[in-house]
Design a binder for this molecule. Structure first.
Ligand SMILES: C[S@@+](CC[C@H](N)C(=O)[O-])C[C@H]1O[C@@H](n2cnc3c(N)ncnc32)[C@H](O)[C@@H]1O
Length: 392
């Protein structure tokens, strides 16, 4: 079977979050993959199974790594079943593995967007039954083997989801706050900020520490999923354990020091304890300084550097949140001179209270929440014209 041979060119689709496509491309280029296509919420390239394993381990801005196994056109629901029956599913996984079919549908052929997944699930079960008189079990929540079905009008693409559970499940975080930041989004924010991985980086609303952890892992070159054990590719029939172990063995796991200062604080002692526990799970955690403090108690941390924070969005908190953003703007002007301060929020009104004009605004999503990621360059002294009462 073509796509199960390790050296054949595969179509690899890297799924990501809206707004992170460009940084995912940058990440690929940094890993040496210069030929790729940027799509909507995805980046596509060609590669081998070695690349599939490598990308699962090293990418920080991807949600999953898909390997295409079939593509065809359909004119009806029945057509989907008939064409899915032509795929030899028994060549991809064994009866004793649980499976699921998920994906995305943009087509008028189906009135329910979940229905095509049921159709393909039936085709898989029927293929096994025809051959073995038995069928593998479905497990929607945590399947061992996952297939992705993407339907755009009449075009269907079927892929193996070689990651399985989304790659933002890094394996380092048990402790989460009330409004945790998606780890892939955090990695994306750090890249978007253009941080050089040498200058001081701080997060004064660190919560459970996602930005601090992703920054420390990036600066040290340790894969973000180094603690993760589960990858669906291990459950497919063609799993090459030796190839994977070889790739894993070459990855950086420990460093003696960090090339930069990374620090974080939060006014909630409970959150800082969670951040410390999460940091404690990683070898680089000990290099990150954390403290319990309200942002306005923090004094200029360094002459220059980068701040990346997501303050409370608190759309329901009204005046309180307005005051917090106003104080934050004042504090940035006095204590963050020489810093590029990046703020992520879904509260567009609250931004106005910062009293600063952003140099950049980037739209992206944290979960279902539409957010804006804004850059405020705080100049030391001369360019006070940047500060104004209302942002442009
Ligand atoms: C949206 S959450 C940040 C989530 C964080 N990025 C994470 O990954 O868990 C906002 C955080 O701001 C903290 N916070 C609220 N007011 C604060 C203040 N005045 N100073 C510092 N932290 C504050 C909250 O305790 C909360 O942890």
């Amino acid at each position: 079977m073509k796509d199960l041979e390790n050296n054949k060119a595969l179509t690899i689709t890297l799924k990501t979050i809206f707004g992170l496509e460009e940084v995912l491309g940058e990440e690929l280029a940094e890993l040496g993959y210069t030929k790729y296509k940027v799509l909507n919420r995805a980046v596509q390239l060609e590669g081998t199974w070695k690349d599939v394993y490598y990308l699962n381990l090293h990418l920080r801005c991807a949600i999953s790594v898909l390997v295409q196994i079939a593509s065809f056109r359909i004119r009806s629901e029945d057509d989907l079943y008939n064409k899915a029956m032509k795929i030899d599913w028994t060549g991809y996984f064994d009866l004793d593995k649980t499976f699921a079919v998920k994906g995305a549908v943009f087509s008028d052929l189906f009135s329910h967007t979940q229905y095509p997944f049921l159709v393909v699930k039936d085709a898989i079960a029927d293929t096994f039954r025809d051959r073995y008189d038995e069928r593998p079990d479905v497990n929607i929540k945590s399947p061992q083997v996952l297939f992705d079905v993407y339907i755009n009008k009449n075009d269907v693409t079927v892929s193996m989801n070689t990651s399985g559970a989304p790659l933002f499940q890094r394996g380092y975080r048990d402790e989460i706050g009330e409004a945790p930041l998606n780890e892939v989004v955090a990695a994306g924010l750090i890249r978007m900020s253009g941080w050089d991985r040498k200058s001081p980086l701080t997060d004064v609303f660190c919560g459970s520490g996602t930005i601090l952890i992703e920054a420390a892992l990036l600066a040290s070159g340790i894969p973000s999923v180094i603690e993760r054990q589960h990858f669906a590719f291990k459950n497919f029939k063609n799993y090459d354990a030796e190839l994977w172990e070889g790739i894993l063995a070459k990855a950086t796991k420990y460093v003696k020091e960090l090339p930069c200062e990374i620090s974080g604080s939060d006014m909630s002692a409970e959150m800082v304890t969670k951040a410390r526990r999460n940091l404690g799970r990683l070898s680089v955690g000990r290099f990150v300084k954390t403290s319990v403090a309200s942002f306005d108690e923090i004094k200029q941390p360094a002459e220059s550097g980068v701040m990346i924070s997501n303050p409370p969005y608190g759309e329901r908190m009204g005046e309180e949140i307005d005051a917090l953003y106003e104080q934050l703007g004042d504090w940035m002007k006095t204590e963050m001179k020489g810093f590029n301060c990046w703020v992520l929020s879904s509260n567009m009104e609250a931004y106005k209270n910062l009293g600063l004009r952003p140099d950049r605004k980037i739209k992206l999503f944290n979960g279902d929440l539409e957010c804006s990621f804004r850059k405020y360059s705080i100049y030391a002294g001369s360019k006070r014209a940047k500060f104004q009462n209302n942002e442009a």
